[in-house]
Design a binder for this molecule. Structure first.
Ligand code: GLN
Length: 536
């Protein structure tokens, strides 16, 4: 399959060309199917709102219309491909996008419907997938040069489930290498720009997925969240991003970063779209022993019903406003104002909002980086040129082959994490770092459990600031920006970022809601209520 088959869609190519985004050859590694982003100028602009109304339909509306035959999956796919052609060159969300395969898939769904088959809950819904989720016969790189030649033989369970629900897989999205980063700048094949302001980062590591959803280049997208990588880019790009409870969604086929923290999470323009995707991908999986038993609850139907019946759906609910996160001196004024506005909205919706204390921001961040790096050092040992990874064929012996494979294949940030993690796990330092970080993790988990005896949800910023500029921060300077997302990750709790109310012309700011373990439905409901009130 051609990785640049996007070019084979004449109309889309023509549209891109007219915009002046010509390209003559694929990237050096032949992975990135669409180019132009590297040459995009640094002048600020935001991607135009889509003119085609088909791009504004919700996932449920698309699926319902495709199932009934009112709309063809092909029309939907074509509309999204045209949007990709118009804006991808200035955003750069995709690593691989095969337009012919997208259209073929859409046509096959239409043919099945025409034969009288009943299509699934995501019939014809175009969904992009982060490139650390393996896809059969479609390049999967996790943003690393080391995996530039890797084409997996199977689909990740969540991808398989999207396809079983009759979604259309748009392509694979740009990400920080192996999920390590907060800006999508550490990808070996080039970065992604924030569609809201192309001089800024889309956040990371799932920046490609967030940008694809925000710029209407996919209706929804899957990302992965180890310490905030779904929530933070969602906040930066103005979309919804959910990190489900740990174990809610199978990790089978998710290229591991830190296995005790990794989760797969949906992103989309509305809470409803995210709920529908989560419903499709969640549930027990024999291929992942950490995946919880039982089928996924019908999230979408339940929140839709709860909202339809009640104008004050949060009456009697208690929300804790995380004071240390809000009072943090580095929190930007626009972020603080957005969270306080959300507090008022929740109060108007019938909830009682009270301040709560969780003073572990700095400790959570330090513990997270020790633990995530330790697990990464172990998980990434498999990229040795033997089991996985593009081997250096010139090397004289085995040891120099390992060395040069990893030296050339891994980026700077990944090497930093591997070294940090290996150090923290080594004899003599294990007690002081790894064991101590595990203790901090326990303290935070217990503190959160205690808080949830008094409140139903925790309200907090997602990140201290809105999207920062590309190149503005060094990787290590970004670490502390994760302090508001990592506590939920360490404790395995469900958490969501939903766009808050911001002033005209301001950058998007996400509102974070964290819920009790396994109360993904409650988190979705609170977020949907906030979304409805914010948009009203
Ligand atoms: N920014 C965090 C990190 O670099 C979180 C990444 C993630 O959630 N994948 O580790």
């Amino acid at each position: 399959m051609s990785r640049c088959a996007f070019l084979s869609l004449p109309r889309a190519w023509e549209a891109a060309r007219q915009l002046g985004n010509t390209r003559s050859s694929p990237r050096k590694h032949g992975v990135r199917g669409l180019c132009g982003v590297q040459r995009a100028t640094n002048t600020r602009h935001s991607t135009p709102l889509p003119r085609n109304h088909l791009l504004t339909l919700s996932a449920h509306q698309v699926a319902r219309s495709v199932r009934s035959g009112e709309l063809s999956a092909e029309r939907i796919a074509t509309a999204y491909l045209e949007q990709v052609a118009a804006v991808e060159a200035s955003v750069g969300a995709y690593l691989v996008l095969d337009a012919e395969a997208v259209l073929e898939r859409a046509r096959s769904l239409d043919a099945r419907r025409a034969r009288g088959e009943k299509l699934g809950a995501l019939a014809g819904v175009p969904i992009a997938v982060k490139d650390n989720l393996v896809t059969a016969h479609l390049a999967t790189t996790a943003g690393s040069r080391l995996l530039s030649q890797y084409t997996p033989p199977y689909h990740a369970t969540c991808v398989e489930r999207l396809l079983r629900a009759d979604a259309v897989l748009m392509g694979k999205t740009v990400m920080d290498e192996f999920g390590m980063g907060s800006s999508t700048e550490t990808c070996a094949y080039g970065m992604t720009r924030n569609p809201v302001d192309t001089t800024r980062t889309p956040g990371g590591s799932s920046g490609g997925s967030a940008a694809a959803a925000a710029a209407h280049m996919a209706l929804a997208a899957l990302g992965s969240d180890t310490g905030g990588s779904v929530r933070q880019p969602a906040s930066f790009c103005g979309v919804v991003g959910m990190k489900p409870s740990y174990g809610r969604v199978s990790r089978n086929g998710l290229i591991a970063y830190a296995s005790s923290l990794d989760t797969v999470g949906p992103m989309g323009r509305t809470v409803g779209d995210v709920a529908l995707c989560l419903e499709a991908i969640a549930g027990a999986d024999d291929a992942d022993s950490t995946c919880l038993p039982g089928a996924a609850p019908p999230f979408w139907g339940r929140i839709t019903e709860a909202l339809a019946e009640d104008q004050a759906p949060l009456r009697g609910k208690r929300i804790g406003l995380w004071t240390e996160a809000l009072d943090d001196i580095q929190v930007d004024d626009s972020v603080r104002a957005t969270i306080l506005q959300a507090r008022d909205t929740f109060t108007a919706l019938g909830a009682e909002v009270r301040p709560v204390s969780l003073p572990h921001l700095a400790a959570a961040c330090s513990a997270y980086y020790i633990l995530a790096s330790s697990e990464a050092s172990s998980n990434l040992a498999r990229y040795d040129g033997v089991r996985y990874g593009a081997r250096d064929p010139e090397a004289a012996n085995t040891v120099s082959m390992y060395t040069s494979t990893r030296t050339h294949g891994l980026g700077e940030e990944v090497k930093r994490r591997v070294m940090l993690g290996t150090y923290a796990l080594s004899a003599g330092y294990y007690e002081a770092y790894y064991r101590q970080a595990m203790r901090v993790r326990n303290v935070i988990t217990l503190a959160l459990r205690g808080l949830f005896e008094d409140v139903d949800w925790l309200l907090a910023p997602v990140a201290p600031t809105p999207a920062f500029r590309l190149g503005e921060k060094r990787a290590v300077d970004m670490y502390s920006g994760d302090r508001m997302t990592v506590p939920a990750s360490l404790a395995g709790l469900p958490a969501i970022s939903v766009p808050g109310k911001v002033g005209e012309g301001q950058l998007p700011v996400g509102v974070q809601l964290i819920g009790r373990y396994l109360d993904d439905e409650g988190v979705l409901l609170a977020a949907a209520a906030l979304e409805r009130a914010t948009k009203a």
